[in-house]
Design a protein around this ligand. Sequence first.
Ligand code: SF4
Length: 507
Amino acid sequence: MKLLKFQKPAQYVGGEFFSITKNWQEIPKKVLLVVPTTYEISGNSLGINFLYKAINSRKDSLCERVYFPLEDYKKYLFETKKVLTSLESHRRADEFDILLFSLSSRYAVLNIFEMFELLGISCEKKPVCIAGGVATMNFAPFENFFDAFVVGDGEEVVGEILDIFSQNRENFLSEISKIEGVYVKGISKKVKKRFSPLKTEYYPLTPIIPNIRTFQNRLDIEIMRGCPNNCAFCEARKFYSPLRIRKPDEVVWLVEESIKNTGWEGISFLSLSTSQYPYLIEVVSRILPLLKRKAISLQIPSLRPDIKSLECILKILELNQVNITFAPETFSKRLQKKISKETSFEEFENVLKELKKAGFPDAKIYLLIGLPGEEEDDIAETIKAVKELSKIGLKLKISLSIFVPAPHTPFQDEKIFPVDRLEAHIEKFKTLMKRVALKLPDISYALIESAITTGDENVGKILLNLKGRDIFSVDRWREEFSKLGIDFDEYIRRDFVGYYPWSKVIV
Ligand code: SF4
């Protein structure tokens, strides 16, 4: 088959630096890591590399990968009835013992059934299918389509699963149901989220170097897992808790080793709230000479608008241009209290002024609309604050997102706003912030996301019926729900009386 006729063909051929192809005949336990997002999105995901290393470092196991294809290749596979094969040895999914699905986002959930089809496996007859990732915080919508779920950190659990792997499916599933963090359909009643210590030996020091440019085209270095804050809407904090902090010596060593091994020209610190990493300034100061010498750039995402962030930004400015991004979510003081994420306007203003003085041209600000209890006054207060900040002279890029209730958070009982209210609030931003670059949210996607985050087996039926076709059309979701006799818009705003679909997960 001539792959060259497809967009970015190198993503389908494998053979990347640090990918591992073991002798198929000699290795008894074979795992296919299924990533239902594209290579461009997940090709250098650190999470995937953690699992790849955990499995491939075992003598008795091998791990190969497959990613969701781009539209043209997907169409070709469906039309010619060919299947997606693994990148390493180009084998079919049904030749593996275990398919390990990485559901790192709700977006990945939308691709599950198309992925099954592309891999040529049916829901009824397939290798043992296990799913992990943030989306398993509520696995009720897709519980019927997997044998088991790993909830929480995977780097230790995956080894424990492989320790007891056997070809006897029933025995194997029964045994893994005893592992903390594993839920087996039909056997387990509940599952307690699992977390692993951040041991240096688990760290993938030779991460796969993608064959093509990925969206996140740099090397992530994990400095901290979990978040010291407790924003009421935040699911990531719950999933990655408890807070674990890498020691500065370890981070410096990880940077040095990773750069030596991979030759990446850019690195980024990975954590949910980087400016609260207690050793940030120390680590940056220590790695700066190496980065300068080798002309390697450093990005520090998830900054808070405070003095410590400013100090850090100014430090790395001698190295490279820094993308300035803050996520205050709202400038309404009342709502800030309610969501437990308080940002002082004065401090924010000072930080932006200092950045302007330092020569920065722009800053990106993430805002959330439709927050529980949000009124017109709150929107007005936020817009007024943004207008005030834009007088500083920095070009402000405002990115609006829509609040979607997430399981296991203090806001799990809250509802996504009805469409007309969301439209009205977006309209306000559009009319009142004409001079500010505004990125608008996708209402349809937020409604679908809300169905998945708070959904039950009804959502699974829709996913199965749609099989990826028109999956982003909220009207198709409405149609499919009405076939079940359910009003979609009422469903996503329903009350949970005495039961949550995600109650099998204990966080
Ligand atoms: S929103 Fe950000 S700062 Fe708040 S808890 Fe979540 S990760 Fe932490």
